[in-house]
Design a protein around this ligand. Sequence first.
Ligand SMILES: Nc1ncnc2c1ncn2[C@@H]1O[C@H](COP(=O)(O)OP(=O)(O)OP(=O)(O)O)[C@@H](O)[C@H]1O
Ligand SMILES: [Mg+2]
Length: 248
Amino acid sequence: MRTIAFYSPKGGVGKTASAVNIAYLASAGGYSTLLWDLDPQGAASFYLSGGTPHKGKKISKLLEGRAPIKDFIQEGIYPNLDFIPAHKSFRNLDIRLEEDERNLPLKAMLSPLTEDTSLVVLDCPPGQSRLTEQVLKVADVIYVPLVPTWLSLNSWQQFNEFVREKKLGQKKLRPFFTLADRRKKIHRELLAQNAELFDKPSKAIIPCSSAVERMGEKGLPLELLSPRSQPAISYRQLWSEIQAELRI
Ligand SMILES: Nc1ncnc2c1ncn2[C@@H]1O[C@H](COP(=O)(O)OP(=O)(O)OP(=O)(O)O)[C@@H](O)[C@H]1O
Ligand SMILES: [Mg+2]
């Protein structure tokens, strides 16, 4: 079982859209995939629900090891795609992870899945917290969506430095550009510097596109909603890079 996370300290940068599209592509490619929506806002549900969001369950029993993770999984959202929807109790996940040593860490919660699941995709909430540290520990690779602006790059550099200082696995971080709008000069300039800005630049650049916005309205991943659109092509490229990275 391999685990990837979509994470950024910044909000609204395309973590959830990316997690859902990549999880869908993995499942369509035949990998038994689990998408876990760790964000109490529950946005992933809207991209997968066809209009009716999935209902999540209170996290405390899972944290305390009183219920197995399988009880939280909604199986077969699509063929090969299982889903753990968010629940408002996920708001307390950070505090719970910090407060009580009896609570299971994320790694232990996922461990029963190793036999049946090929890929776990974690959709993380924004912000930097105890949960972030656990995600960094448990994920094999962390994909960090970045909007091509200086502020966004500045935030990336700060986060990168934090991960390096705390020895949380800087080498596992993979930034990639999202919401790229080539009509904007600053976006064009930063996209042109992709190779110089990062150690392992991603060739997949996800453009700003109304096709992605419609995912929430229709409750469908891009591959079903608009497979010929530019962002769908870019997400397929990102998925190829992820497969190469994980050697799967
Ligand atoms: N490539 C894109 N083109 C256009 N709109 C996009 C794109 N990616 C995401 N969006 C839109 O931007 C908003 C935020 O996207 P998303 O929910 O994926 O970001 P997020 O980083 O998960 O946000 P949050 O931090 O709130 O969890 C949504 O309305 C989504 O439809
Ligand atoms: Mg999100």
